[in-house]
Ligand binder design. Structure first.
Ligand SMILES: Cc1cc2nc3c(=O)[nH]c(=O)nc-3n(C[C@H](O)[C@H](O)[C@H](O)COP(=O)(O)OP(=O)(O)OC[C@H]3O[C@@H](n4cnc5c(N)ncnc54)[C@H](O)[C@@H]3O)c2cc1C
Length: 416
């Protein structure tokens, strides 16, 4: 087993680190100031400026594997680069590698028609527009996506869409021009996994109403934000359907692999940054006659943070390697494992870092409170911990129970 990154990755890491040092870290305050100036829901000049610089530096669209439109990197090669971007919450956008666009671009690349790619994927890849993924609904437990109840009804050459979505990330940003919308085309299909479809809905279509933004622990996450949206008799051309009616789950499985692992990679970077701040603060602050770093509880936590970060990284690299070599479907267990491990690890490490900072840790002076709020949401977003643990548990049990007998042991529907 070779744990070394290739020379190509090391070169990219060096260039990315240099870019972060020169352009991103020195502008962390400026970004927040620009968001706070005037209308919070407008894009910031600093990000638009840095996007041009990142493009010029060849640090653009690094995420897209197996596509001539990407930078030619595998998931395994992208992981350590995505980690570096994750050190600052807004940095991934500078490199056109931010959520939810990377997952959405992968959907368009893998499942879109040539016409859909030209209309939506290409401007997304150029960083001219942004996108959102509208699946979760306020009225149903959306961690079970078979519950999604919005309707998509064929009417001649069009589909008519009705439903209410919430937590549609990025929809508040005026640059967000396209939604990937999940709903039911065939609610009576006896196969619950064939009822759903995904369809492209341009944001400016009549009937799309952004109702409000949803704060996260009080943070609005502007100018990105998370929106509640009403889709009221929204009509789109039939050619906006992705892949075909009833194939929404197939796309969801394809999308959630990359989307999930990218979150995990970024969280590792965020946790590294928190540990860095924790060490610096612990070394420089004296309590009861000795540095906070000399208190054994702090040493314990620093050590445990290092163990947890490195464990999560190795698990993430393994999942990325499997996605590259055996495909997202076979790598499902590894993807679920990191989706549980990385957000829990990041929450714990950031929590310890806040503790070392004393009351300052929960202020906005060190960026830790905001980092914690964002990391905590990833214990829900893209599937709650429990759902992933259930899936992992079933896959583990599957080694001992024949596939057709498994439902008798694990399915609540089967017991009813
Ligand atoms: C910041 C943020 C951004 C988001 N962005 C998006 C987005 O862009 N697009 C989008 O569509 N959605 C988005 N989401 C929504 C997210 O994907 C959902 O919150 C998630 O899928 C869970 O759905 P739910 O909130 O309806 O929870 P529910 O389904 O109501 O579940 C509630 C709780 O029930 C428990 N539970 C559920 N199932 C099980 C089980 N099998 N075993 C044990 N316990 C269980 C879990 O504790 C779970 O947290 C975002 C959420 C957040 C917080």
């Amino acid at each position: 087993m070779d744990f070394e990154y290739s020379q190509k990755v090391k070169d990219l890491q060096a260039r990315l680190n240099a870019f972060m040092d020169q352009h991103v870290y020195p502008n962390e305050k400026k970004f927040l100031e620009q968001v706070a100036e005037g209308d919070r829901w407008q894009p910031t000049a600093i990000i638009e400026e840095l996007k041009l610089k990142a493009k010029e530096a060849g640090l653009w669209n690094l995420f897209l594997p197996e596509s001539s439109r990407g930078a030619g990197l595998t998931n395994l090669e992208y992981a350590p680069l995505c980690e570096i971007m994750g050190r600052v919450l807004w940095a991934p956008e500078v490199f056109n590698c931010s959520a939810p666009d990377t997952g959405n671009m992968e959907v368009l690349e893998r499942y879109g028609t040539e016409e859909q790619k030209k209309r939506w994927l290409e401007p997304l890849l150029r960083g001219e527009i942004r996108s959102a993924f509208a699946m979760t609904e306020p009225n149903v437990a959306s961690s079970d996506a078979t519950n999604i109840s919005s309707s998509i009804v064929r009417d001649g050459d069009e589909y008519v869409i009705n439903g209410r979505k919430w937590w549609t990330s990025g929809a508040n940003d005026p640059r967000c021009k396209i939604f990937i919308f999940m709903g039911k085309t065939d609610p009576d299909n006896p196969s619950r996994h064939s009822q759903q479809s995904m369809i492209l809905v341009p944001r400016d279509t009549p009937g799309v109403k952004i109702l409000r933004h949803l704060p996260v622990f009080g943070y609005d996450d502007a100018p990105h934000g998370h929106a509640e949206i009403l889709f009221d008799n929204v009509r789109v051309p039939a050619s906006n359907m992705l892949l075909g009616e009833g194939r929404g789950f197939e796309i969801a499985q394809g999308r959630l692999g990359p989307g999930r692992i990218h979150h995990c990679m970024r969280l590792i970077g965020l946790a590294e940054r928190a540990l860095e701040k924790m060490c610096q603060r612990a070394l420089g602050r004296v309590a009861f006659g000795k540095p906070v770093a000399a208190q054994t509880v702090t040493l314990e936590r620093i050590a445990e943070a290092r163990i947890q970060i490195d464990s999560a990284r190795l698990l993430t690299l393994k999942a990325a390697y499997m996605m590259d070599t055996v495909g997202n479907k076979v790598a499902a267990k590894e993807i679920a494992m990191i989706k549980v491990a990385a957000p829990n690890m990041a929450c714990q490490v950031i929590d310890w870092a806040m503790q070392v900072h004393g009351a300052g840790g929960v202020s906005d002076d060190f960026g830790l409170a905001y980092a914690y709020a964002m990391a905590r949401t990833l214990r829900f977003a893209d599937g709650p911990d429990e759902v992933h643990r259930n899936a992992i548990g079933k896959m583990e049990l599957g080694r001992y129970v024949p596939k057709d007998a498994m439902a008798a042991y694990t399915s609540s529907r089967a017991r009813k």
